[in-house]
Design a protein around this ligand. Structure first.
Ligand SMILES: Nc1ncnc2c1ncn2[C@@H]1O[C@H](COP(=O)(O)OP(=O)(O)OP(=O)(O)O)[C@@H](O)[C@H]1O
Ligand SMILES: Nc1ncnc2c1ncn2[C@@H]1O[C@H](COP(=O)(O)OP(=O)(O)OP(=O)(O)O)[C@@H](O)[C@H]1O
Length: 595
């Protein structure tokens, strides 16, 4: 039999209806059985769009013009319906909510194979296997809406696995997962890849997780053209500078090594993992002193701090600009139910004080209650009266306008907050809600800042994942509220955009804005936060200055893992400069990579 690739793209360009230009443009590649392919490229270059062509949603379901040819298992996607094509390709979308259609976790996983008329007993067998693999079997009777963000992501992966297709396409599958969840997903992918019978195509910003698994990387530039198609490890090493210039992520150990190289310390070969970085650093007798001086990291988080309070009190811990005792947010014995009065208690007995100008990261495993805590502190979900105080008012007792003047909020899923028909109006409405003047120039400045000028008249729902996220952060920032609460602000961002966004938050924070972020990215926490609150099972397990929490046992006790660079440099902790290395995932934003 002639060799038939599982996927075959020949000069593929895709233009969304209403979009000015095609992204991707003129892309050709093949994927064979046994391959694990990673697609990289800056935000908006067409990665998600490309994945939609890999199971026939483009051109059949998504209004977009397809040029060129896509063949799945030899079938031209133009000539075969999605139902037939989906027997060959399982998909996990960037937004897991986009694919949830039924009322229970189990029904959801059975839905697609049932539609493919798979025998009932086999459907159940596949569903059980898939749900056990992602750790959701015990929750099979629950409504998918009651799962946390990470829970819904696991469910989407289980659904794709239950289809038993030879190709699995995953768009940012681990963006909302805790370390255990990421390990589980990659263990499943590794198993699939090891039988050499499946192929996996991944869009993933978390290269630290992916680097051991992928064989090959395909890189698109900002225009959506294929610029690199090569073996994974060699490409990440040999073309690291090119990738940095494009603004895409590299493993944080690689980024740290590039920073060290700028300071005159050359590590050969370029490390791709914490273990490789550790080995390379071990061989270095000393690190250059100027590194600490030139590091953009604020020293506050590393300077001696009040001891970590594990009873849920911040004690006297304050941010760089805070006056002792002056709080931006205070919660006292905060308990919250979700899903109505009979719903489960998801936050219990939280006492927390966030000082003005703190940069607080709320971390914890999936379902720990991070989002619920952030939303209760911001008044997005009701907290019992008298338990929360934001700059002197109880968010439960004030109207939306008054709340918005105090606290800007960014949801985990940006679509939840869009209300206007265009990107520019979305920003303008946010300003008007605050009764602010100078609307047009401020909207223009924010659009430029977030690289959204060309999309000012686009409908917010039609943006790429990263663009949506930037718009949602923009609507929260534009009004200049003194407190910002952001749920996974860098989710789905390329490296250049993520650094830019975090640097902007840091500038605001330096100017006195109190910043609260929920995130799974502990490297980000190590690089930016002044304080960390660790949640577990609806309770506050501890809170304190970032340096102390990261150095202490709480991170691992709560089921998280230390950031990659901290792990890589643990053996170096005796070295006076070790901490500068642990905070080196931030590279300056390259002007070339600015898309
Ligand atoms: N509307 C709801 N009804 C019932 N339970 C809910 C509801 N929303 C969330 N929960 C439950 O509350 C718990 C905490 O959820 P939350 O979203 O706050 O966690 P999280 O730490 O932000 O998780 P993740 O990292 O996965 O986003 C979870 O067990 C979740 O299943
Ligand atoms: N439904 C749509 N209608 C019109 N334009 C769209 C639509 N979806 C995406 N686009 C545009 O197409 C381009 C490619 O989007 P896509 O989501 O494929 O990018 P991406 O590389 O996955 O980005 P990200 O990393 O930000 O998720 C973007 O400029 C986006 O604005």
């Amino acid at each position: 039999m002639p060799h038939v690739p599982l996927l075959e793209l020949d000069r593929v360009s895709i233009r969304h209806e209403g979009a000015e230009r095609a992204t991707p443009v003129d892309v050709s590649f093949e994927v064979a059985r046994g391959e694990v392919v990673l697609i990289l490229g800056p935000s908006g270059c067409g990665k998600s769009t490309l994945t939609l062509a890999l199971d026939g949603l483009v051109p059949h379901a998504v209004p977009a013009a397809l040029e060129g040819t896509v063949r799945i298992a030899g079938l031209d996607t133009r000539e075969h319906p999605v139902g037939v094509l989906s027997e060959h390709v399982g998909m996990v979308f960037q937004d897991p909510d986009a694919q949830i259609v039924t009322g229970t976790v189990l029904d959801e996983v059975c839905f697609a194979p049932e539609n493919q008329l798979v025998e009932a007993s086999e459907v159940l067998e596949r569903a059980e296997r898939a749900l056990k693999l992602v750790g959701l079997w015990d929750r099979r009777a629950e409504n998918p809406d009651t799962l946390s963000g990470g829970g819904r992501q696991r469910l989407a992966i289980a659904c794709a696995l239950a289809m038993s297709a030879p190709v699995l396409v995953l768009d940012e599958p681990t963006a909302n997962l805790d370390p255990a969840g990421i390990d589980e997903v990659y263990a499943v992918l590794r198993e699939l890849a090891s039988d050499r019978d499946h192929a996996v195509v991944l869009v993933e910003h978390n290269l630290d997780a992916a680097v051991d698994l992928v064989d090959r990387v395909i890189v698109l530039d900002a225009d959506g053209r294929l610029v690199i198609d090569g073996p994974a490890r060699e490409t990440l090493r040999d073309r690291a500078d090119e990738l940095v210039a494009l603004g895409v992520w590299l493993p944080v150990s690689t980024l740290a090594a590039l920073r060290l190289r700028d300071a005159g310390v050359v590590l050969e070969p370029l490390p791709l993992s914490p273990a490789e970085l550790a080995a390379a650093l071990d061989a270095q007798p000393s690190l250059p002193a100027p590194l600490s001086a030139s590091s953009p990291v604020r020293s506050t988080a590393l300077s001696p701090r009040p001891t970590l309070a594990t009873g849920g009190q911040t004690g006297t811990a304050t941010g760089g600009h805070a006056v002792a005792g002056e709080h931006a947010i205070r919660a006292r014995a905060l308990s919250v139910r979700r899903g109505g009065r009979r719903g489960p208690v998801v936050i219990e007995g939280v006492d927390l004080e966030v000082a003005r100008a703190d940069f607080l990261a709320i971390v914890g495993t999936n379902g720990a209650g991070k989002t619920s805590l952030l939303q209760a502190l911001a008044g997005v979900i009701p907290a019992p009266p008298g338990t929360v105080d934001v700059l002197g008012v109880d968010p439960a007792r004030c109207d939306a306008g008054e709340r918005a003047r105090r606290i800007g909020f960014v949801f985990q899923n940006p679509e939840h907050q869009f209300i206007a028909p265009t990107v520019a109006e979305e920003l303008a409405q946010s300003l008007q809600l605050h009764g602010a003047g100078d609307v047009e120039p401020r909207v223009g400045a924010m659009l430029r800042r977030f690289g959204l000028e060309a999309l000012r008249d686009q409908h917010p729902f039609l943006l790429s994942g990263g663009q949506k996220r930037r718009l949602s952060v923009g609507t929260a920032l534009i009004a200049g509220a003194p407190v910002l609460a952001l749920d996974e602000p860098t989710f789905g961002q390329d490296r250049a955009r993520a650094s830019e966004l975090l640097d902007m938050l840091r500038t605001l924070n330096d100017d006195g804005t109190t910043v609260l972020v929920v995130t799974h990215d502990l490297q980000l926490v190590a690089d930016y936060a002044s304080h960390i609150a660790v949640m577990g099972d609806g309770r506050l397990l501890g809170v304190g200055p970032a340096g102390e929490v990261l150095a202490g046992p709480l991170i691992e006790q709560s089921g998280l893992r230390h950031p990659p660079l901290a792990r890589a440099t643990r053996g170096l902790q005796r070295h006076p400069d070790w901490h500068t290395v642990t905070r080196m995932s931030q590279l300056p934003v390259s002007s070339k990579g600015d898309s």
